[in-house]
Ligand binder design. Structure first.
Ligand SMILES: Cc1ncc(COP(=O)(O)O)c(C=O)c1O
Length: 408
């Protein structure tokens, strides 16, 4: 039996979260889930803020932000001076892409696994500048990391100005060998913006080793911070050109001791900074679960791998990627479908049915558009193998009805 499993209920760590006990939450990857201890820390910060808002924003906020930044820098093996907070990965991607200047004939490289919101930012800046978006087709199913590396490099040209690449892909849950790709592209003079929305807290991450010009990530997914905690890492030699997505006071009020990057990014108008301030509390919490965050990542990886085994066996599917490309999520093909019934804010009928009839929250979606349908599962400390078995049973039941002529 898996370490996290208990025969008659949720694993012991589930009690640390507020999650609805009537729903098997198998989609941590979508929005994370904030543990009780971290919500309590946020409440403390909010009380401090509202007791004396002016003192908080003028005098207390910056030292607290710096403490949170230092904690994150320690986790990511990054220098704090290269790290700024943004509200989410989408905002970080916007800051980079909308700061850079592209010209007619330039090429911007993405893959067909890119997250739609971030891909849209690439499309937007390309349209505004006359640049061209080049899409590398990364195979899925994929037999080896090299297939991803080769597909991306083959799509690069001497006109490629920037590659925006996911560290962990959203629709296919692939962990790409990002450091290798970044360095191979750099050898050809191409900068990379890594969309690392899922990576921090899911897989070991050493940002200096990755070496990308830009790395945007989230703390509200796998680091379990409150919603609205993202970051952007900008390599020292690329900082001068980059401004936040929201221009505010920092554009012309620069205190030499803090530097332009902090001045511009640390104030994007009045926002609630408590999601970032909770980072030290979130790291303390995660460190306490499996003897350290490394232990938690290993646990979640093994659970995702077991979840995939259970689903593939029940559904008669082949694992679509090697084990080495799995983090704490796994995507499994469900079959072929002729029509697209969903977009990101409109759930597929099968996904609705899983929740309504079986009490299971798991994304079911088309990728890369019709005809293939996928399910993606996440593995977090509050999940158990039994929940994936229930999902497998529910999907088999729905598929049997479907074969019998009933629609989901
Ligand atoms: C690869 C990827 N990039 C970006 C995002 C966007 O994250 P956010 O909405 O927090 O900006 C997601 C969200 O799931 C994602 O999977």
């Amino acid at each position: 039996m898996h370490e996290s499993e208990s025969a008659d209920g949720p694993p012991r760590h589930a009690r640390h979260w507020l999650l609805d006990p009537d729903v098997a939450q198998l989609n941590h990857g979508a929005f994370g889930a904030c543990p009780r201890a971290v919500l309590a820390a946020q409440e403390e910060f909010r009380l401090q803020m509202e007791r004396e808002p002016v003192r908080f924003f003028f005098r207390e906020r910056e030292p607290l932000l710096d403490a949170a930044r230092n904690a994150l820098a320690g986790l990511l093996s990054a220098a704090p001076e290269d790290l700024v907070f943004v509200r989410n990965a989408t905002e970080g991607v916007n800051a980079v892409l909308r700061s850079l200047r592209f010209a007619q004939g330039d090429e911007l490289l993405v893959t067909d696994h890119a997250y739609n919101a971030c891909r849209n930012v690439v499309e937007y800046v390309a349209r505004a500048s006359g640049a061209r978006v080049v899409v590398a087709r990364v195979p899925m199913p994929i037999a080896a990391e090299d297939e991803a590396v080769d597909a991306i490099l083959a799509a690069a040209s001497d006109r490629t100005r920037l590659a925006m690449l996911d560290h962990v892909t959203s629709p296919t849950a692939l962990v790409l060998p990002i450091a290798r790709i970044v360095h191979l592209l750099a050898d050809r003079g191409i900068d990379t913006l890594v969309d690392g929305a899922h990576a921090p807290g899911m897989i070991p991450l050493d940002i200096e080793r990755v070496g990308a010009a830009y790395y945007a990530g989230n703390c509200h997914k796998w680091l379990c911070c409150p919603k609205g905690a993202g970051f952007l890492h900008i390599r020292g030699d690329r900082q001068a050109a980059i401004h936040p997505a929201v221009i505010s006071h920092g554009y012309n009020t620069i205190r030499a001791e803090r530097g332009r990057l902090y001045e511009e990014f640390d104030w994007a108008g009045t926002v609630d900074p408590t999601p970032w301030l909770c980072l030290p509390a979130a790291l303390r919490f995660l460190d306490g679960l499996f003897g350290g965050i490394g232990g938690l990542m290993r646990h979640n990886h093994l659970l995702a791998s077991e979840a995939r085994r259970v689903l593939c066996e029940a559904l008669g599917a082949e694992p679509p990627c090697p084990e080495t490309m799995l983090g704490a999520m796994a995507a499994v093909p469900l079959g072929r479908e002729e029509t697209a019934g969903a977009n990101v804010f409109r759930c597929h009928p099968v996904q609705n049915r899983l929740l309504k009839q079986f009490g299971i929250e798991a994304p079911v979606y088309h990728w890369p558009g019709p005809p293939r349908l996928w399910v993606r599962v996440s593995a977090q400390a509050y999940n158990s193998v039994e929940q994936y078995r229930r999902l497998a049973g529910a999907l088999c039941a729905i598929a049997a009805e479907h074969r019998g002529g009933k629609r989901p």
